[in-house]
Design a protein around this ligand. Structure first.
Ligand SMILES: [Zn+2]
Length: 132
């Protein structure tokens, strides 16, 4: 299910009105609005992913072509690289941890959604067994 653009709460689809409603902030959204938002979000994350992968690939190729580069560079700039990596870690530590937490949350969420789907399926099937 898509999420509310205002408060990120799960939206429910009102079939009669063909609109999405947020139970938390009670905003209403048209199907098109949500589809467009989801599409834009998808595009944005895909683009970011692509950039990251591209950078990683270039980096990998460079390292492959220059296998001694990092050790030579490190020997030459020991103090500087230590400082830089410490600074980088300090700067991006929270970001990295946040990314990890986010990934974990997404995983848990999709697990939850899968279980919910299974429960719904079971509840649909169950009455036929009981009646039979
Ligand atoms: Zn909302």
């Amino acid at each position: 299910m898509p999420r509310c653009p205002n408060c990120n709460y799960e939206l429910t689809f009102l079939e009669k009105r063909h609109k999405y409603k947020c139970a938390k902030c009670s905003s209403l959204f048209t199907e098109e609005e949500i589809k467009l938002k989801e599409f834009n979000k998808f595009n944005k994350t895909e683009r970011a992913k692509g950039k990251k992968q591209e950078r990683k690939k270039l980096n990998k190729k460079f390292r492959k072509d220059n296998p001694n580069y990092s050790s030579i560079y490190y020997q030459k700039n020991k103090e500087k690289s230590n400082k830089v990596s410490k600074k980088y870690y300090g700067k991006h530590r929270e970001e990295t941890l946040k990314e990890k937490a986010e990934e974990y949350k997404d995983k848990q969420q999709s697990k939850k959604e899968m279980i919910e789907k299974i429960i719904i399926k079971c509840m649909q099937i169950l009455p036929t067994f009981v009646l039979a």
